[in-house]
Design a protein around this ligand. Structure first.
Ligand code: DGL
Length: 272
């Protein structure tokens, strides 16, 4: 745990996606020290087994705590869906995952309505969203979108291939449900908000998008407030960034996700 006076928040994802959560955290907890880890060498988590995802997620969480994190934000739906109990058992600090805050946000004013959850293959297979939605009287249809993470990691945000892929996934899903809301059940997907909204309109759906980044950041801010460590004194925000694969790629694409330059990124070897 951190010995420094200022609140230190560890944020973890398999890649760049969690930077969308970090970006949403900055205005809510402006004076913290953030340590971000993107496990880019072992991405995508979404196509791996539960045991592998749990091992990767626990190693990443323990690294962040060893670096001094007072709390963790598991900014990865796949790790949250498949490994939250293992992560909680492996670290001595409180943590926020992504699924509960997103479903909580979707729940306001929407009981007994249909929602569509877009997520990775592993998250969909876990049915973590289905169960969280059932507990709040939301009828969830889960749709695995395995091609979206590689497209986002490639930086193909506003790209015809990405629009075609979205059209296929969303039209398949809309044959199964008429959702009032679409939950972005993967932290890579907030980067695709605009093409997803356009595609929904083209397919005659008025569903509202629920952004996992904002919902998670709000839950993390509530946890930070309960830790009684200063986070918004007059100190400026500070960062440490770690990636397990190409630093250059992380800096180039990551700055796009975060909305500001990632000056110093350190290469980390977490093994295979
Ligand atoms: N960003 C991660 C999530 O929220 C998934 C990416 C991956 O498949 O590694 O699920």
């Amino acid at each position: 745990m951190s010995l420094s006076e200022n609140l230190t928040i560890g944020v973890f994802d398999s890649g760049f996606g969690g930077l969308t959560v970090l970006r949403a955290l900055l205005p809510l907890i402006p004076g913290a020290h953030y340590i971000y880890l993107g496990d880019t060498a072992r991405l995508p988590y979404g196509s791996k087994s539960q045991a592998t995802i749990a091992r990767y997620a626990v190693e990443s969480a323990q690294f962040l705590v060893a670096r001094g994190a007072d709390m963790l934000v598991i900014a990865c739906n796949t790790a949250t869906a498949l490994a939250l109990p293992e992560i909680i058992a492996s670290v001595p600090v409180p943590l926020v995952g992504v699924i509960e805050p997103v479903v909580q946000m979707a729940h306001y004013g929407r009981q007994n309505t249909q929602v569509l959850v877009l997520a990775t293959q592993a998250t969909v297979h876990s049915h973590a969203y289905l169960h969280a939605c059932e507990r709040r009287d939301l009828l969830a249809t889960e749709k695995a979108c395995p091609l979206l993470v590689p497209l986002v990691e490639e930086g193909w945000i506003d790209h015809p291939v990405t629009r075609d892929v979205l059209r296929i996934y969303l039209s398949e899903a809309l044959q199964l449900c008429s959702p009032s809301a679409v939950l972005l059940g993967c932290t890579h997907y907030p980067l695709l908000v605009s093409p997803i909204e356009q595609t929904l309109l083209e397919l005659n759906s008025n569903a509202v998008l629920i952004d996992s980044a904002r919902a998670t950041a709000e839950a993390a801010a509530a946890m930070a407030a309960s830790l009684q460590k200063p986070s918004s004194t007059h100190q400026p925000v500070t960062f440490e960034f770690y990636a397990t694969d190409s630093i250059e790629k992380f800096q180039n694409l990551g700055s796009r996700f975060l909305g500001q330059p990632l000056n110093e990124v350190k290469l980390l070897d977490l093994g295979g």
